[in-house]
Design a protein around this ligand. Structure first.
Ligand SMILES: Nc1ncnc2c1ncn2[C@@H]1O[C@H](COP(=O)(O)OP(=O)(O)OP(=O)(O)O)[C@@H](O)[C@H]1O
Ligand SMILES: CC(C)(CO)[C@@H](O)C(=O)NCCC(=O)O
Ligand SMILES: [K+]
Length: 323
């Protein structure tokens, strides 16, 4: 039998009587991704992406309603801990308030840099987006020889993480070295349409990537394609194709160039690095960019949530409430 959680005061729930569900939320500028920590005895609750509306006046309430709908089966099982990566506090703060109003026994925990076991070697560690750190953490677990971590979302980030250097990182944490930030596909399309008289608004390439690109590129290719196979004809022969070619090349080209530069940097700062540095791609446009990349790489969806759930599974948040 299930009890509506919002009718249960916290002190009526015996500790550990019902282990809370651990939910990871990746709150970005365009979308929220949600993922639940799998336990041995449950069917995996499906991951979900919620688009954030920039125009809807009731966007806050609507987002909370959609998230709570998705989470309803979890609340039926007991309490829920939300572990939140937010680079968009205008969305995450009201969302957290609404969720706690509706479910007072739930926990809403926004993560910060000190929750992520990385040595952050940049000028201002506290200014680095928590999503970049969590993706780097997830990549470092899967690719212990180091990774170039690409998140192709509203913005694109291309970061470098390498293993802990012997004796240099006393805590033994992998090193986040920083990276590059550029506008994402949709933002580049919008900038071209908004900043010129003659360029058209483009449908988001990822909304219908399969149809769009299949139509344009019979030679849609596997992830480790030969450089000679171009999915778009280059040079392009009309305006919209020219925009697509330009925008996608700007991202794929940046990844290809920086992968070489970062690998050289890594070899210079860490001569003992064994093994090859992996290129890992995540984010809403990951599949789109993957189809156009000429270097070998791996697509990993929901890298931020993977990073969060790894930490939640090991109960290793500094700020963790008792489970
Ligand atoms: N309706 C939509 N609204 C916004 N982006 C969309 C939509 N449909 C597809 N996309 C694609 O998803 C991309 C955004 O990716 P993602 O969902 O990973 O962003 P995000 O996590 O919010 O980004 P960031 O972390 O950089 O803020 C856009 O560049 C766009 O191409
Ligand atoms: C770059 C984005 C927007 C990518 O989601 C995010 O990581 C962010 O807001 N970062 C803050 C600035 C920084 O990471 O240096
Ligand atoms: K992101």
């Amino acid at each position: 039998m299930t009890t509506p959680p919002n009718q249960v005061a916290p002190n009526q729930v015996a500790p550990n009587q019902v282990a809370p569900n651990q939910v990871a939320l990746d709150i970005g500028n365009s979308a929220i991704k949600a993922s639940v920590l799998a336990t041995a005895d449950d069917d995996q609750h499906p991951d979900q992406t919620f688009l954030i509306s920039a125009t809807d006046q009731n966007a806050d309430q609507d987002l909370a309603a959609r998230l709570l709908d998705w989470a309803a089966p979890l609340f039926d099982q007991g309490d829920v801990n939300f572990w939140v990566s937010s680079v968009n506090r205008a969305v995450s703060v009201p969302l957290g308030v609404t969720i706690i109003e509706r479910h007072p026994t739930a926990c809403w925990n926004e993560l910060s840099r000190t929750d992520v076991p990385l040595s952050v070697q940049v000028d201002y560690p506290d200014r680095v987006g928590i999503d970049r750190l969590l993706s780097a953490h997830a990549a470092a677990i899967e690719f212990p020889a180091g990774a170039i971590v690409v998140d192709s979302g509203s913005a694109v980030t291309i970061d470098l993480v390498t293993p802990a250097r012997l004796n240099a990182e006393p805590d033994g944490h992998p090193v986040f070295h920083g990276g590059a930030i550029l506008p994402g596909v949709r933002m580049q399309f919008a900038a071209l349409a908004g900043g010129t008289e003659n360029l058209p608004a483009m449908a988001s390439a990822s909304v219908a990537p399969a149809t769009d690109l299949a139509a344009m590129s019979p030679a849609a290719k596997p992830t480790t394609a030969s450089p000679s196979v171009g999915a778009f004809s280059a040079p392009a022969k009309e305006t919209e194709s020219a925009i697509r070619l330009g925008v996608i090349s700007s991202i794929a080209g940046a990844v290809e160039r920086l992968a070489g530069d970062y690998a050289k940097f890594a070899a210079a700062v860490e001569p003992d690095l064994g093994g090859k540095i992996a290129v890992v791609i995540s984010g809403g446009d990951a599949d789109l960019i993957s189809r156009h990349l000429r270097i070998s790489h791996i697509v990993k969806h929901n890298l931020v949530c993977r990073g969060i759930l790894d930490l939640a599974g090991r109960h290793c948040f500094r700020s963790a409430p008792p489970l």
